[in-house]
Design a protein around this ligand. Structure first.
Ligand SMILES: Cc1cc2nc3c(=O)[nH]c(=O)nc-3n(C[C@H](O)[C@H](O)[C@H](O)COP(=O)(O)OP(=O)(O)OC[C@H]3O[C@@H](n4cnc5c(N)ncnc54)[C@H](O)[C@@H]3O)c2cc1C
Length: 405
């Protein structure tokens, strides 16, 4: 179907990813997901297979254990990975480690890369990104940040309360977002710190109960940081540049999320087509009925539009632009389109959409959070609306000629 002008390298990599998914990942999907929490042995076996298929950590440079692909060559491979909840884990393109590795690779010192990035890429450790805070703190408006880090001699001392840190319970290392200059505007007064989770004062309060858990689901931790001391060298990137660094992490991470969920929605629609074809009711195959045919056609069309938008944004990011408008449009559109596509696929599989013989119920639980994480729908609509209403030259607007006559 659509090729979107993906490069030869991108298509070859995605071809190997597709082979891994079909020959290794999908055949064990139900067996692994049917169990309790995915075991370390299962994760190791999947990652070993991804190395054999030459698709392990394609987004990371070769110097740090990856394959060094350009960002805009990764799209079709991330889509392939998203076709199963196990795919991103196998290929080491799983959130939040993927975004954290990106940040460490961009701004880490040589020591930080050796100590944290290389073992993360190798899958020897895992990480969390700790930004969102309880009610009076940072959420949709990250400027409300309450967590502080103050310098004492050669050390930073961090105090704060976070929640919804994905992977927080099991993470070996946490990237913590904190205010370092009370007097500066938060955009200039926040920084990111590398905090090993066994540091004194780090208290994992709990894993917040949530939908979308299950065998491959991550934990989402509430964490208190009480007088946590880290050496000065654990500052990640520049002091005061926390917001810039978070944007650098979030722009690409939002698009990679879009790609994984697009892959999930494509597989969901394909499962629904198989079901509708095979299932007989009222004297015919369900796929002969106009309503399911048109609904699947509509969802497939919207999905291809989402994939096109994401590629446009990825091209801009790859060209070094921040592409905030393109990323916001891609994020809000893809989150809604993929959620609706998965819901439609589930509906057309009847009771088996709800059952867990098929992966649709897990997909349905997983995709819901996407309209909230990485910026809720409304936050992205606000960005888009601001650009349209406040940042457009009035001379570019269509004059209301009829009123003026
Ligand atoms: C599964 C999951 C994983 C997550 N992982 C992480 C993580 O790893 N690290 C981390 O730091 N955080 C994480 N989060 C937190 C996530 O980033 C926040 O939930 C999100 O940014 C929204 O913040 P909030 O929950 O405080 O919602 P609030 O800021 O309280 O907003 C609530 C709702 O209000 C509406 N709203 C907000 N602003 C506006 C506006 N300007 N105009 C109109 N309506 C608005 C939206 O509908 C929004 O959903 C995760 C959350 C979930 C659910």
């Amino acid at each position: 179907m659509f090729r979107f002008g993906d490069s030869e390298e991108a298509r070859e990599l995605a071809g190997r990813a597709k082979a891994l998914m079909e020959e290794v990942v999908l055949p064990v999907e139900r067996e692994i997901e049917g169990g309790t929490k995915i075991s370390d042995d299962d994760v190791a076996a999947l990652r070993e297979a991804a190395r054999e298929y030459d698709v392990y950590a394609p987004q990371i440079s070769e110097a740090h254990g990856g394959m060094g692909y350009d960002f805009d060559d990764l799209l079709p491979t991330f889509e392939q990975a998203g076709r199963s909840l196990l795919g991103p884990i196998a290929m080491r393109v799983d959130a939040p480690d993927e975004g954290n590795m990106h940040l460490l690779e961009m701004h880490g010192t040589e020591r930080q890369k050796e100590q944290y990035l290389d073992p993360l890429v190798a899958g020897e450790i895992s990480s969390g990104f700790s930004m969102t805070e309880p009610m009076q703190g940072a959420g949709s408006d990250p400027k409300m940040i309450q967590t502080t880090a103050r310098k004492e001699g050669e050390e930073w001392v961090i105090d704060g309360h976070k929640w919804w840190t994905t992977n927080g319970v099991e993470a070996d290392v946490l990237l913590v977002f904190a205010r370092t200059d009370e007097d500066a505007h938060p955009y200039q007064g926040c920084s990111v710190f590398i905090v090993p989770s066994d540091t004194d004062g780090v208290e994992i309060v709990r894993d917040i109960p949530h939908i979308g858990g299950g065998p491959t689901g991550s934990t989402h931790a509430e964490i208190k940081y009480d007088g946590v001391r880290v050496p000065g060298e654990n500052l990640l990137g520049r002091e005061g540049a926390g917001f810039t660094h978070v944007q650098e992490r979030l722009g690409p991470a939002r698009l990679t999320h879009c790609m994984r969920f697009s892959g999930m929605a494509m597989r969901a629609l394909s499962i629904a087509r198989s079901y509708l074809d095979e299932r007989q009711a009222f004297g015919m195959s369900l796929s002969d009925k106009q309503h399911p045919r048109f609904e699947i056609a509509r969802k497939e069309t919207e999905l291809q539009a989402a994939r096109s938008l994401v590629r446009q944004a990825a091209d801009a990011i790859a060209a070094g632009e921040q592409a905030r408008l393109e990323v916001s449009m891609s994020k809000v559109f893809t989150a809604n389109v993929t959620q609706e596509a998965i819901d439609t696929a589930l509906q057309f599989c009847g009771g088996n959409g709800i059952g867990k013989d098929l992966p649709l119920a897990d997909f349905y639980e997983s995709v819901r959070a996407f309209r909230i994480v990485d910026g809720a729908d409304e936050v992205h609509l606000r960005t888009i609306a601001d650009r349209l209403f406040e940042e457009t030259d009035p001379d570019e607007l269509q004059p209301l000629t009829r009123f003026e006559e």
